[in-house]
Design a protein around this ligand. Structure first.
Ligand SMILES: [Zn+2]
Ligand SMILES: [Zn+2]
Length: 338
């Protein structure tokens, strides 16, 4: 038997007991040890995640121990510590054929479109588990959110010394900053939360930080030797912030939407054209991004020790989760332990 936490309807979590998940041919059965909580889970719990249906088992930032492998040709062995690649792609569509499995036309994400990992066991295609024997369980569960940031940075193909602005200092924004710095960029963090900006300076090592206001453009020019950032990453998922982000890139610059909003984005076409901006979106991540993040963690190239601010046990999750929705809880990243 195994326990699962089901999001029955918005604001209702139910702990259930059911048969242990079956491990079908081609799959690996993973005993879940850590579940990272992210904005998607919070939005789903609140009932404001677009295209979301209930009941649903949430959870897509996972790490655990392999308990069974139902496949002959896999390097994965029983007892391996792993993270799960939660994006199930078709492998056949044009996006998949060109390696962009992250935006497969029929992509199904564990914990979003189908049941995820808020349970003691999950069985997933064996090529969707990645060995993380050299990392801690906490680190392994952070590979997914970090990969979202790493993917956005890869989309932007930064140069060494490139001037970069990252808007939004939530977990994804922090990941973008970390990997942009790793690429040699000069990174400025922007957020309305001054405490978060302090964290960016002390823990992430950004070059400078800025609170958005009427003087943002002037201040950015001061920080960047009279120029504006060449690449701007938008990681707030806030429509007002996204609309106003078009003003920040330099002539010929890039704007990358990492955050997603269920709304229309509007911008001034003359401004867009005058600068000949390149607008990019960034969605999920690929297996290559996961390997890159794993390696960066193994080689201590990025520091995430202070990302996890809150944790609780699996049993206490239903009673604790709503506390994490409150801004005063100051959650950066919360993790569930099993
Ligand atoms: Zn997430
Ligand atoms: Zn596909």
């Amino acid at each position: 038997m195994m326990k699962s936490i089901i999001c029955q309807e918005p604001y209702i979590f139910k702990m259930t007991n059911s048969e242990k998940t079956e491990c079908h041919p081609g799959e690996a059965l993973v005993r879940i040890k850590r579940i990272g909580i992210c904005g998607t889970d919070l939005h789903a719990f609140r009932g404001n995640q677009p295209f979301f249906t209930y009941p649903r088992i949430l959870g897509h930032e996972l790490s655990g121990i392999v308990e069974k492998v139902n496949s002959d040709n896999s390097e994965i062995k029983v007892g391996d510590q792993v993270t799960v690649l939660p994006y199930l792609e078709c492998g056949k569509c044009i996006a998949c054929r060109s390696g962009k499995t992250n935006c497969c036309s029929t992509l199904s994400v564990l914990g979003v479109h189908e049941d995820g990992g808020m349970r003691e066991y999950i069985s997933v295609p064996v090529d969707h588990v990645i060995k993380t024997n050299n990392l801690t369980l906490d680190e392994a569960s952070m590979i997914e959110p970090l990969s979202i940031g790493a993917h956005a940075v890869r989309r932007a193909s930064l140069r060494k010394g490139e001037k970069v602005l990252v808007i939004g200092a939530g977990p994804i924004g922090l990941a973008v900053m970390s990997f942009a710095i790793l690429e040699g960029a000069t990174v400025v963090a922007m957020d309305i939360n001054e405490e978060r900006l302090k964290f960016c300076l002390s823990s992430i090592g950004v070059f400078d930080s800025i609170v958005p206001n009427e003087e943002s453009i002037t201040k950015l020019r001061e920080m960047f030797n009279g120029e504006l950032p060449e690449t701007v990453f938008e990681a707030t998922g806030n429509v007002h912030s996204m609309n106003s982000s078009f003003q920040y890139p330099e002539q010929g610059g890039k704007l990358v939407f990492v955050g997603l909003v269920n709304d229309q984005i509007t911008f001034s076409d003359p401004e867009f054209h005058r600068k000949e901006l390149t607008l990019l979106s960034s969605r999920n991540a690929t297996k290559d991004d996961f390997y890159y993040v794993k390696q960066s963690l193994e080689n201590r190239k990025i520091n995430i020790n202070e990302f996890i601010t809150h944790r609780c046990t699996f049993e206490n999750l239903p009673s604790t989760f709503s506390d994490w929705l409150k801004p005063e809880s100051k959650v950066i990243k919360a993790v569930v332990e099993l």
